[in-house]
Design a protein around this ligand. Structure first.
Ligand code: NDP
Length: 283
């Protein structure tokens, strides 16, 4: 694979280990770890993501409880379901697939998840603990990125890291994790001036925007590590990252492909978080 970080292969190896852990949990506690997956509406991308997550649960021996709600469900109806799941002993993690239909306030919905079942780590309690560097549920994509860096022998300590994107689910938590690992972090977003100059200074670049090939290959510093989180379809319908991969890979020391990079690692971390939460519920 040369300088390509094989997220797919890493994820498959991890999922084998997770499967063993799930089976040990099931033997010891007489039930499998359980993940409730809630989708509201019929966003086509969400359907694909959720199907992949459910299939991965099945392969790993984690039971998934699937809730497909119509787009006209009210805030109270969604919250009622989450409160029921909060009380169930066979549910260790609750995942609400984003985006939610526009009449629902995602922050309010996520806040009703019991923090001990917050498998995505999006609850303010868990995000606050993350900011403080305390043990917590780490959001799956940022956790997968840190895993890939570690597994590739990259220590962020003292490195200049640039994160493009400041969402609560990717940009901010990954910037926090890099800071906790002693990188010097610059967070860029749609108001950032001279983005190319920021990127050119990055030893580690994480791009989480969702605009196909907006990061030009020539911006990549020679020898930089490039993690491309973005997933979009280009005009020909091909899945594409934020980074102009073909040019960037000639300059990067390591780079993730799209697809086959960050995406599969996100799923592995979801399974890992489910097992961690399950162990917490029986200890
Ligand atoms: P959001 O839309 O929430 O955030 C995008 C960020 O990009 C915002 O902070 C925005 O800035 C910034 N941005 C937009 N345009 C520019 C620009 N021209 N220059 C610099 N920054 C810009 O997206 P998410 O964080 O949820 O996801 C980002 C991408 O990652 C998407 O493609 C998504 O599909 C993908 N993704 C992939 C996952 C995986 O498992 N592989 C998991 C999660 C997401 P501002 O804040 O100013 O608006």
């Amino acid at each position: 694979m040369g300088n390509i970080i094989d997220g797919k292969g890493m994820s498959e190896d991890l999922q084998e280990r997770i499967k063993e852990e799930a089976s040990m949990f099931t033997r010891e506690h007489g039930r499998p770890p359980g993940l409730a997956v809630i989708v509201v509406g019929d966003d086509p991308a969400s359907k694909v993501y959720v199907r992949n997550k459910e299939k991965a649960c099945e392969r790993a021996g984690i039971i998934s409880f699937n809730y497909r709600l119509s787009s006209d469900k009210t805030h109270d109806e969604v919250v009622r379901l989450i409160k029921e799941l909060n009380l169930r002993n066979d549910v260790d993690g609750i995942l609400v697939q984003l985006p939610l239909p526009s009449h629902l306030d995602a922050d309010q919905v996520l806040m009703t998840i019991d923090p001990s079942k917050d498998v995505d780590g999006f609850h303010p309690y868990n995000l606050g603990r993350l900011l403080m560097g305390l043990p917590t549920v780490i959001p799956c994509t940022p956790q997968g990125i840190m895993y890939m860096l570690r597994a590739s022998g990259i220590d962020p300590d003292g490195k200049d890291a640039v994160v493009i994107g400041r969402s609560n689910i990717v940009g901010k938590p990954v910037a926090t994790l890099l800071t906790l690992s002693h990188a010097t972090v610059t967070i860029c977003h749609s108001h950032t001036k001279d983005l190319d100059d920021k990127v050119k200074a990055a030893d580690i670049l994480i791009s989480a925007v969702g605009k196909p090939r907006m990061v030009k290959g020539e911006w990549i510093k020679q020898g930089a590590v490039v993690i491309d989180v973005g997933i979009t379809r280009d005009k020909d319908g091909k899945l594409t990252g934020d980074v102009d991969f073909d040019v960037a890979r000639k300059r990067a020391s390591l780079i993730t492909p799209v697809p086959g990079g960050v995406g599969p690692m996100t799923i592995a971390m979801l399974l890992m978080n489910t097992i961690t939460l399950a162990k917490g519920h029986v200890s």
